[in-house]
Design a protein around this ligand. Structure first.
Ligand code: GRF
Length: 196
């Protein structure tokens, strides 16, 4: 399957996906054909260049609405015959324009055990709350913020001596391990949400 990754930032998950899929093509069977980025200055664009993945940058502010912006993105996805969308630190909500074309074929990863701590700064939210257990969640994307049906989760324990940074580092490591495997399983039809 032909995959487009959407990202806005550092791109460590983009990198983990590219590295895994390139290292073991037979195991994963996924090809990242395109990076869609809404922030032309983002570090992830440099990573795409280095990895030889074409990057398409869009400037949402140049459009009259989120829908118009997504229509342009959709044209690009169609042009590249993209089958699946994988969000990796893409800091925007998705509208019905993309959902009607890719609903059920769009995944996201979130750094908490959803439905706990959705939205921004999830690691800090969990750390400040004082939970003993947190983790990462891969889910289908719907119109809400981190509300889509859950596909896979991985637990990360909060240790006594943890700082927020230490916890964040273990959570990111868990993301980098879980996401390539979960994407490959979902795309292969081996993993589907436990609720309809
Ligand atoms: C990750 O923690 C991901 O779960 C969240 O945004 C962060 C992106 O980090 N959605 P990176 O850009 O992949 O390094």
């Amino acid at each position: 399957p032909r995959i487009a990754v959407f990202a806005s930032g550092l791109g460590s998950n983009f990198q983990a996906l590219v590295d895994a899929f390139q290292a073991e093509p037979a195991r994963y069977g996924c090809d990242i054909m395109l990076l869609i980025c809404d922030k032309p200055q983002a570090n992830v664009v440099k990573r795409a260049e280095a990895a030889g993945v074409p990057a398409a940058c869009f400037t949402p502010k140049a459009y009259s609405s989120r829908e118009q912006y997504e229509k342009d993105v959709l044209l690009k996805l169609r042009e590249e015959r993209i089958d699946w969308i994988v969000l990796a630190g893409y800091m925007r909500l998705i509208t019905p324009v993309l959902l009607s074309a890719y609903g059920g074929r769009m995944l996201n990863i979130h750094p908490s055990l959803l439905p706990a701590f959705p939205g921004l700064n999830a690691v800090k939210q969990a750390f400040d709350y004082g939970v003993r257990v947190t983790g990462v969640t891969v889910h289908l994307v719907d119109e809400g913020m981190d509300t889509g049906a859950i596909l896979a989760q991985r637990v990360v324990f909060v240790e006594e001596q943890d700082t927020e940074e230490m916890l964040a580092a273990r959570i990111h490591a868990a993301e980098h391990e879980l996401y390539p495997a979960a994407v490959a399983d979902v795309v292969a039809g081996k993993l589907s949400p436990s609720r309809a």
